[in-house]
Design a protein around this ligand. Structure first.
Ligand code: GRF
Length: 218
């Protein structure tokens, strides 16, 4: 049996983050394999991406289960059966249930389109535009029972411009999502993420850069 990390992906929609993970695995950047994509949405474009890359897609709709707990127990059992070592939420538009979290403590990662703890929940990009912040971004974090409250693994910042629409900012943030999410998964696969309570120690290659927006004039 190989000890290659097995990843289970949960997604609800277009799956561009899922695609970025697949691409990074296929190019050898991430040493892991995707065992299954589970979706709650039969219309999710992520299913089409699975077809193209020969990945099993499993549609599990919450309405087909008696309650939330049995839904997440079923997902957890399926992932355990497959020997999954990391669960990735790539645009999974639900708050994950305890039955799944308990089976994968600090082994479920989510990408959120805001610099947490600012703007959790839905429409993080719109919240940032409406609030008028000058710097926005995205966060990869481990999942706990709260809404976007788990320990932060990595964040990327982008400037917010005065005339930004929600769409323009979302696009700028999404580009960074596609960089940091696969990177976080790669760190996990390499064993380079250490959980110390809420603080995550990551083996970094160099010091981070600061971003000032609007830029200072000379
Ligand atoms: C992304 O904005 C992600 O941050 C959020 O849901 C969206 C999913 O997009 N959690 P995609 O399906 O990966 O394209």
């Amino acid at each position: 049996m190989s000890d290659l990390l097995k990843i289970g992906v949960l997604a609800s929609g277009r799956g561009s983050n899922f695609q970025s993970i697949v691409d990074n695995i296929e190019s050898g950047e991430i040493e892991a394999e995707i065992s299954v994509l589970i979706t709650d949405n039969p219309e999710a474009y992520a299913i089409e991406r699975c077809r193209k890359h020969n990945i099993e897609a499993l549609i599990l709709k919450p309405d087909d289960f008696p309650d939330r707990n049995s839904y997440y127990s079923c997902i957890a059992d399926d992932l355990v059966k497959r020997g999954v070592g990391l669960v990735v939420l790539a645009g999974f538009m639900r708050v994950v249930g305890k039955a799944l979290i308990d089976k994968f403590p600090n082994k479920i990662m989510n990408i959120h389109p805001a610099l947490l703890p600012s703007f959790p929940g839905l429409h993080g990009q719109k919240q940032a535009v409406d609030y008028g912040v000058k710097i926005a971004g995205c966060t990869v974090h481990f999942v706990d029972e709260g809404v976007d409250t788990g320990p932060v693994i990595i964040q990327a910042a982008v400037p917010v411009y005065h005339d930004d629409s929600e769409e323009a900012l979302s696009e700028r943030i999404l580009k960074k999502e596609h960089e940091i999410f696969p990177y976080a998964i790669r760190l996990f696969a390499q064993g380079n993420i250490k959980v110390e309570g809420r603080r995550i120690a990551v083996k970094a290659h160099r010091e981070g850069m600061s971003l000032v927006n609007p830029p200072l004039l000379d």
